[in-house]
Design a protein around this ligand. Structure first.
Ligand SMILES: Cc1cc2nc3c(=O)[nH]c(=O)nc-3n(C[C@H](O)[C@H](O)[C@H](O)COP(=O)(O)OP(=O)(O)OC[C@H]3O[C@@H](n4cnc5c(N)ncnc54)[C@H](O)[C@@H]3O)c2cc1C
Length: 594
């Protein structure tokens, strides 16, 4: 085995260990890759239970009032600081412990309800929403998910109210996108009661204002030369904790304190380990699933602000004796923002509901939500920027700030390229394994048990290929859309099979192909969420004697545009310029051709 193959085998082994914990219920996204429409996860459109809705409405009213009176996003950006009074106020309203159980001082909200809170903050100020995410979605998440009762009892009450703040520290110089490459070391003390941590972390939101940090460090694997990652709770008062740079000056979300710190022989009690020792990477990736869900909510809020600003300007600014809203090229942008904002909300709601309903593996859905909403928000801001013309460029308007703030979304919590590749590869793993089963058995036809397994796998693959899945909408008016969606899922499945048969293992490196597969499945997921939402709203409207829903135009447009995109992505699998793209890049980079 050459060095490259050995590295590949190691990566595959790591991923297998990390992602596939054993048999689990088939999730929605994985179902799509197998040609199935696992309706139960996405239909009917989820609703927050009535009792919790009342509580949520109360919290939203309180939050809105507080933000109206005390949150000034322009000032936060100018001063590059979120005032402590704002942080304290968010704590009082409950935002900093929304999903923490009530017994530990939190509000006990579901993810769906929490997303509504984050949408409201994201609508107004990205610095503040990123601060809340860093503290609540990821900073204290490992403690919430993996902490023991004693750990929760000790740490959570103050973290839930904002009396103390949290941060999540994974990134290092050598461990950015390659999160598994954490270099910070944690060696056990001689008596085993502590771990001694050494290393540096960078780009950590809230690092300088946090009282408790979840830190990922490398620990020895007992009885072997190997090391693996473990999650620790670290406090800045521990001797050896050194803040190298408290607030790295930056382009956007300037109100957040993004810092760099070092741990130099910091003694951390073993009681501060979160989750199983050595399973820190799994802990970190699970934490990030939650971060990506609230990312979707914040982007939804910001997209709604784009829509509001676009409408205001298009209805008031006159040129050529007409308000801008009369020009089709302006209308096109506004329609697209409305359609995308509608879809982002539907996708966020359904993804959050998967977590609330106990789907075990939602990595694909949260990754899709993150990539889709961050890319769409960037487009929305670009569109509304254009509608405002020259005035968007000046700092008395919020648009230049919104643009600066939004740019981090495509990079943070997993760069979109990395997640795009992840979506395609993890999704294709299921059908890929079935093909491998068939192929391996064909190579060794005498193995009877293997042949039976291969026969089952073959039947699965074939079954999905001949059947167009049924999309169970209740509203007759939506039948056409449901049929189109079913056919596109079928076509997607055929395309996935063909891709796997054509390229086999080299697909692992073919990111241009992966991107089309990922883009297609993201739009299939988005279209499903929009259709489910429309169906739910239509049923509700009809029960109340109405025949239409408020967002029906946006839903209709989104579905049409989404279906068109899916067809284009799938067509691109066979009609593309990939060879030329790679030849050009390789010639410029001075690399031998692929
Ligand atoms: C403002 C801000 C706040 C942050 N807050 C936190 C925090 O609270 N906690 C924390 O742990 N981290 C935090 N981060 C770090 C953030 O998560 C990383 O910046 C991100 O994961 C990317 O890592 P990197 O910057 O090292 O980029 P790199 O890993 O160097 O990647 C650079 C680019 O290369 C491309 N790329 C990389 N790998 C691949 C691949 N496999 N395939 C294709 N393209 C690829 C992507 O386009 C990527 O954007 C923050 C960063 C910023 C800027």
């Amino acid at each position: 085995m050459n060095k490259l193959d050995a590295q590949r085998q190691k990566e595959i082994q790591q991923a297998e260990e990390l992602l596939f914990a054993g048999p689990q219920a088939l999730g929605f996204a994985k179902g799509l890759f197998q040609g199935h429409f696992v309706a139960d996860w996405v239909m009917p459109y989820p609703r927050i239970p009535a009792a919790q809705q009342v509580e949520l409405d109360g919290s939203l009213t309180e939050l809105r009032q507080f933000l109206d009176e005390h949150l000034d996003p322009a000032e936060i950006d100018r001063n590059a600081d979120i005032p402590r009074s704002v942080i304290d106020g968010l704590g009082r309203v409950g935002v900093l412990g929304m999903t923490a159980p009530k017994e530990y001082g939190g509000r006990g909200f579901s993810q769906m309800a929490n997303c509504k809170i984050l949408e409201e903050i994201g609508r107004r100020c990205a610095s503040t929403s990123v601060f809340v995410n860093a503290h609540h979605s990821i900073g204290i998440r490992a403690l919430l998910l993996f902490g023991t009762h004693e750990q929760k009892q000790r740490w959570l009450p103050k973290l839930s109210t904002g009396e103390q703040l949290g941060a999540f520290a994974l990134t290092e110089k050598e461990a950015g996108s390659d999160a598994a490459n954490v270099q910070m070391q944690a060696r056990p003390s001689e008596d085993g009661s502590n771990f001694i941590l050494n290393g540096e972390k960078r780009y950590i939101t809230n690092a300088a204002i946090a009282d408790v940090l979840t830190v990922m460090a490398r620990t020895p694997v007992p009885g072997s030369e190997k090391t693996s990652i473990t999650a620790f709770l670290v406090t800045p008062d521990m001797p050896g904790f050194e803040m190298i740079e408290a607030r790295m000056p930056k382009m956007g979300i300037r109100g957040t304190a993004t810092g760099r710190f070092a741990l130099r022989d910091v003694k951390v009690p073993k009681e501060n380990i979160l989750g199983p020792p050595g399973k820190g990477l799994k802990v970190a990736l699970t934490v990030l699933d939650f971060g990506r869900t609230t990312f979707g909510a914040c982007c939804t809020g910001a997209a709604k602000t784009c829509l509001r600003l676009a409408i205001e300007h298009a209805n008031t600014r006159k040129q050529f004796n007409k308000t801008l809203g009369n020009f089709h090229l302006v209308q096109k942008k506004i329609a697209r923002i409305a359609a995308d904002a509608h879809a982002m909300e539907a996708m966020t709601t359904i993804t959050a509901s998967l977590i609330d309903r106990g789907l075990e593996d939602y990595m694909l859905e949260t990754a899709m939500l993150k990539v889709f909403t961050t890319e769409r928000l960037w487009e929305c801001i670009n569109d509304v920027f254009q509608i405002y013309g020259g005035s968007a460029y000046f700092v008395d308007r919020p648009l230049e700030r919104m643009m600066r703030d939004a740019r981090i979304n495509q990079i943070g919590e997993g760069a979109n390229e990395v997640l795009t590749s992840f979506i395609a590869l993890v999704g294709m793993r299921g059908p890929g394994m079935e093909f491998k089963e068939i192929y391996d058995t064909m190579m060794k036809p005498t193995r009877e048990r293997g042949f039976a397994k291969a026969w089952t796998a073959g039947k699965h693959r074939l079954g999905a290929t001949v059947r167009v899945p049924e999309i169970p909408v209740h509203s007759g008016e939506l039948r056409w859309f449901a049929n189109q969606l079913g056919r596109l899922i079928w076509r997607f499945n055929v395309a996935v099979n063909r891709t796997l048969i054509t390229y086999r293992e080299p697909i692992l490196d073919m990111q241009l192909v992966q991107e089309r597969i990922a883009n297609a499945v993201m739009d299939l997921f988005a279209a499903t969420c929009v259709l489910s939402r429309w169906d739910g709203e239509l049923q509700f409207a009809q029960r109340n004697g109405n025949s239409s829903t408020p967002d029906q135009f946006a839903a209709n447009l989104f579905l049409r545009q989404s279906f068109r995109r899916i067809r284009r992505f799938l067509a691109g699998l066979t009609d593309n310029d990939d060879k030329s793209v790679l030849a050009t890049a390789n010639s410029i980079l001075g690399k031998p051709g692929n």
